[in-house]
Design a protein around this ligand. Structure first.
Ligand SMILES: [Cu+2]
Length: 119
């Protein structure tokens, strides 16, 4: 008798909790989590070589090569240097300012990524 009663009470409560959790995670994705985009470095190239994203997006530069890379930019107002990244390592940066950013590798001058940051 008590067992039956507690089962009847527990099921709607669990259901409500699951709905609340689902709602919370949807809210988190929509409003709280910054967008992340991955750029690979493979065969001494950026992949993709051109990229458009919204301001505030975090870009993860993953080194999938057998040699080190050094991601940097000298674009006016957007300059940065993420330092050397060994094979298998990732470095990252958020791009907050709209504009076109010319991204390169300090080790391999032919490596280029044209990044367009939209407002
Ligand atoms: Cu490189």
């Amino acid at each position: 008798m008590i067992r039956t009663l507690s089962r009847r009470l527990a099921w709607p409560a669990l259901h409500a909790a699951a709905l609340a959790l689902a709602g919370l995670s949807a809210w988190s994705l929509a409003t709280a989590a910054p967008a992340r985009v991955e750029v690979r470095q493979a065969n001494s190239s950026f992949a993709p070589g051109t990229l458009t994203l919204r301001a505030g997006t975090q870009v993860v530069f993953r080194n999938d090569d057998q040699l080190a890379h050094n991601v940097y930019s000298r674009t006016e107002g957007q300059a940065f240097n993420l330092g050397m990244a060994k094979p298998g390592e990732s470095v990252e940066r958020a791009f907050a300012t709209p504009g076109t950013v010319d991204i390169r590798c300090a080790v391999h001058p032919r490596m280029r990524l044209t990044l367009t940051v939209e407002p």
